[in-house]
Design a protein around this ligand. Structure first.
Ligand SMILES: Cc1cc2nc3c(=O)[nH]c(=O)nc-3n(C[C@H](O)[C@H](O)[C@H](O)COP(=O)(O)OP(=O)(O)OC[C@H]3O[C@@H](n4cnc5c(N)ncnc54)[C@H](O)[C@@H]3O)c2cc1C
Length: 285
């Protein structure tokens, strides 16, 4: 199918883009990389009267590294993250996550802001944003606001974004150089959305004990979230075999996976356990 007819505007400033969105009271949609929006339009799952193209607005595609972490502009494309050599040290978990996103044609176009706003529960970046306590900057008619990634996603393809708001950037807190981490996912084919994925990290204190454990899950739940019960099995102890197995069991017990034609809920729950166990072994080694 082809999309229903729509008007197209290509503003030069964010303020103009916000004004255009506000002018249609829910009837307008932003166009970033188009990799999720165009299928939605072609299937006529949405029929906006206006598309507001973000691609000509300067200043949205920067990757800024500072003492406080990494800031990714909304129009940063997957390819730019993959190709930025600084990120291997500044945020290896982010870089690893993006290597699992789709295929290179899609990675040439898809953007940070589009992925966050689309809020696919199986998408990697939302999973990393939540696991890392990221913050999402949003601009609307009333000005700017910042929302914790953990509060941004409300369900499958659902967020706290209003119809007239634009994601402008994602901030990920600073990443200590010797942090232990891993991101593992299971998908039917390379580049497919994950049936389940786990992004985790922890730091080690002078005695070798794990501190600041973060275990995030995506693909096996309605929205990405952290698994507090698994984190509690890791925090404050030595990450030995018993702790790894306990954390993996706790992770599986903390998810309420969806059931669909790809996999049963039990299968996805098992994936979460296996992926958590493997990811912790990987991180520990
Ligand atoms: C075959 C295929 C496989 C894929 N596999 C994966 C995968 O494995 N993992 C993965 O994470 N993704 C995957 N994707 C999705 C891909 O990463 C998309 O690029 C991404 O989800 C959306 O980014 P986009 O820039 O293309 O957004 P668009 O398609 O342009 O927009 C998506 C939605 O977000 C809104 N939007 C866009 N930008 C903003 C903004 N700045 N502020 C507010 N709203 C905004 C749009 O209005 C629209 O509703 C896949 C896509 C395809 C087609």
């Amino acid at each position: 199918m082809k999309p229903a007819p729509f008007e197209y505007q290509c503003p030069a400033t964010l303020a103009d883009a916000v004004a255009l969105l506000a002018s249609r009271a829910g009837g307008a949609k932003l166009l970033a990389g188009g990799q999720s929006l165009m299928p939605v339009l072609n299937f006529r799952l949405a029929a906006p009267s206006l598309l507001v193209d973000l691609n000509r607005i300067p200043g949205l595609d920067g990757i800024a590294l500072g003492a406080d972490g990494v800031r990714l502009g909304a129009m940063v494309r997957w390819r730019a993250i993959e190709r930025d050599p600084r990120l291997a040290a500044a945020h290896p978990l982010l870089k690893e996550a993006v290597s699992h996103v789709a295929h290179y044609q899609i990675r040439n176009r898809g953007t940070v802001g589009g992925s966050l706003a689309h809020a696919d529960p199986a998408a990697e970046l939302p999973g990393v944003a939540v696991a890392c306590d990221g913050e999402i900057a949003i601009l609307g008619p009333k000005g700017e606001r910042t929302v914790k990634a953990a509060d941004f996603f409300t369900g499958p393809l659902a967020t706290v974004l209003q119809d007239d708001e634009i994601v402008t950037s994602l901030h990920l807190p600073a990443w200590p150089r010797d942090r232990r981490w891993a991101l593992l996912e299971f998908a039917r084919r390379r580049g497919d959305f994950a049936m389940a994925g786990v992004a985790l990290f922890y730091d080690r204190d002078a005695t070798g004990r794990a501190r600041n454990a973060h275990v995030g899950v995506f693909g096996a739940c309605a929205r990405p979230h952290r698994l507090a019960a698994a984190e509690a099995c890791i925090d404050g102890g030595i990450l030995d075999e018993a702790a790894i197995l306990a954390a993996a069991r706790a992770a599986a017990g903390s998810v309420d996976p969806p059931e669909d034609f790809h996999a049963s809920a039990a299968y996805r729950r098992n994936l979460v356990e296996v992926l958590t166990e493997r990811a912790l072994r990987h991180a520990a080694s």
